[in-house]
Design a protein around this ligand. Structure first.
Ligand SMILES: Nc1nc2c(ncn2[C@@H]2O[C@H](COP(=O)(O)OP(=O)(O)OP(=O)(O)O)[C@@H](O)[C@H]2O)c(=O)[nH]1
Ligand SMILES: [Mg+2]
Length: 339
């Protein structure tokens, strides 16, 4: 077994190096903090796991016969067990050096789905009851329509909660006497604009159908706050029709609306699409329906989108909030409370 030594200022960086060089099965033999040139560094010694090397996670398929569905199920089960063990190993490694309340906070964050390295960054703040200050997270500037006009474009997958969020924000504006209009580029589907039009009628604000770039251009500068709903997309191809209509709006913010109920990996894949769509904000919905809201922070850290609005219930006008450093704990741990 060849032992290798890795050094980095932070433990998770050293562990990431280990995984990069030796793979996910690497055996961590020792971890310690040392001082080098007056700086604190983590020194990790690791080696390739001789048992894991080459050990197949799934049974070898027979040369001629296709593996039976039962065989595949067993293989998947084994893969799940290995992944589970690895993630637990990871979580423990990332809690190294944390004590007392910070250690408990780390475990709590991991339990609700925050990735262990990110949980490490957050644990001390949570343990000490401070608002979180993880460097990996970005926060949107607060919505202040009385100071400057806004054109908010809601983008995202089908059924994400875009229309509901538009309705919630429109009623938020109306209740504060901020002149607001809603618009929709969801004009091709049967009934695409009906729900929004119904909300607009209740709220008492104009509702505009945007089916061409010219219609968008005509609307520019006309509303103090313009909230634009769109048709859900799953690929760049599906966005082709609406794209020029969105561009002609010159949105001040492009919110990628994503439900917290989505599987974490599927969410990560969708965030690639968010980047293609030039989204700059992340608006999370359905926070009331997930048992692992921590994945939201993983999405925010991975995408570098700014955290902004959230929604934690289907009721309009309530159950909406702003994911800021001082409110994110409440949103993550006390679901259903107003953020
Ligand atoms: N529990 C819960 N339900 C929500 C939330 N936001 C939206 N919903 C519900 O989710 C469903 C879909 O919401 P919509 O606002 O229609 O989603 P959309 O993104 O506009 O959907 P498409 O236009 O079909 O792409 C509706 O039944 C909403 O009532 C939320 O935060 N929590
Ligand atoms: Mg909709």
């Amino acid at each position: 077994m060849r032992i290798q030594t890795f050094r980095a200022p932070r433990l998770h960086e050293a562990l990431a190096e280990v995984r990069k060089s030796l793979g996910a099965d690497a055996l961590i033999l020792d971890k310690r903090r040392e001082r080098e040139n007056g700086q604190s560094v983590w020194v990790v010694q690791a080696a390739k796991d001789p048992d894991a090397a080459g050990a197949p996670l799934a049974p070898e398929p027979a040369p001629v016969e296709q593996p039976s569905p039962k065989g595949w199920e067993e293989a998947l089960e084994r893969i799940e067990q290995v992944l589970d063990r690895l993630s637990r190993k990871d979580a423990e490694a990332f809690a190294e050096g944390l004590e007392g309340a910070a250690r408990q906070a780390h475990a709590r964050l991991v339990r609700i789905g925050v990735a262990p390295p990110l949980a490490r960054e957050l644990a001390e703040d949570l343990g000490a009851g401070r608002p979180l200050s993880a460097a990996q997270l970005r926060w949107a500037e607060r919505f202040a329509p009385h100071k400057r006009p806004e054109v908010l474009l809601m983008l995202g997958p089908r059924g994400a909660g875009k229309t509901t969020l538009v309705a919630k924000l429109a009623s938020w504006c109306a209740m504060r006497d901020v002149p607001v209009a809603v618009a929709s580029t969801d004009t091709e589907r049967v009934g695409g604009t009906e729900m929004l039009a119904a909300y607009a009628q209740i709220i008492g604000c104009p509702c505009v159908v945007l089916d061409t770039p010219e219609a968008s251009a005509r609307l520019r500068g006309k509303a103090r706050v313009l909230l634009v709903d769109s048709e859900g997309i799953g690929t760049t191809e599906e966005a082709r029709r609406q794209w020029p209509i969105w561009e002609a709006l010159a949105p001040t913010r492009r919110l990628w609306v994503m439900p917290a109920t989505l599987d974490e990996e599927d969410g990560m894949a969708l965030l690639q699409l968010a980047k293609h769509m030039r989204a700059d904000h992340l608006a999370i919905t359905c926070l009331d329906l997930t048992r692992r809201p921590g994945k939201v922070l993983n999405w925010a850290a991975a995408s570098a989108l700014k955290l902004s609005f959230c929604s934690f219930g289907a009721d309009v006008p309530e159950r909406t909030g702003w994911l800021a450093p001082d409110t994110v704990w409440a949103a993550l741990f006390a679901r259903g409370r107003k953020a």
